[in-house]
Design a protein around this ligand. Structure first.
Ligand SMILES: [Cu+2]
Length: 174
């Protein structure tokens, strides 16, 4: 009888160990996936659409963030830029767009001017804008195509009031 109960408890211990090992393996795998997700903040390796345009995808969220700090294209190339809003908040409270400004534009001054253009989704009348997407809310997506300008380093931002401090990056044309 004693031997039997020892065997039973040994089996119980083994089962517990196997369970712990599986849990550890699963947890490690999950963490690896997460680090892969946040790895790329630039568009260094160009992707192309079926039409041969450079495909740029920028994701934005309810925490006022773009997932890209840098976008890279080549001068004169056809570019397709997609903006996704993965959040839930409405356009009126957490609207996002992508505005690319001409070289040498004072970003702070432009953002200030944009605040006054509420009726035009915060796109002010200005010569400083190279291109811009539509303003979208949570769950929405928008896309524009355009021809990349001359070589240079351009600034992009979200022109919704108060967002450009966090939501901005470089648009680099090589
Ligand atoms: Cu925004």
């Amino acid at each position: 009888m004693r031997n039997n109960s020892k065997t039973v408890s040994l089996i119980a211990v083994k089962t517990a160990l196997i369970f712990i090992s599986i849990t550890l393996l699963t947890t490690c795998g999950g963490q690896q996936e997460k680090s892969n997700e946040s790895a790329s903040k630039t568009s260094a390796t160009p992707e192309y659409t079926e039409n041969g345009a450079i495909k740029l995808v920028v994701n934005s969220d309810d925490l006022m963030r773009f997932d890209k700090e840098e976008l890279r294209v080549t001068a004169g190339a056809k570019v397709e830029l997609t903006l996704n809003h993965t959040g839930k908040l409405a356009k009126a409270v957490m609207g996002h767009n992508v505005v690319i400004l001409k070289e040498g534009t004072d970003v702070a001054a432009f953002a200030q001017k944009a605040i006054e253009a509420k009726e035009n989704d915060y796109i002010p009348e200005s010569d400083d804008i190279l291109i811009h997407t539509a303003l979208i809310g949570g769950g929405e997506t928008t896309m524009i195509t355009f021809e990349a300008p001359d070589k240079g380093s351009y600034e992009f931002l979200c022109s919704f009031p108060g967002h450009w401090g966090l939501m901005r990056g470089k648009f680099i044309v090589e």
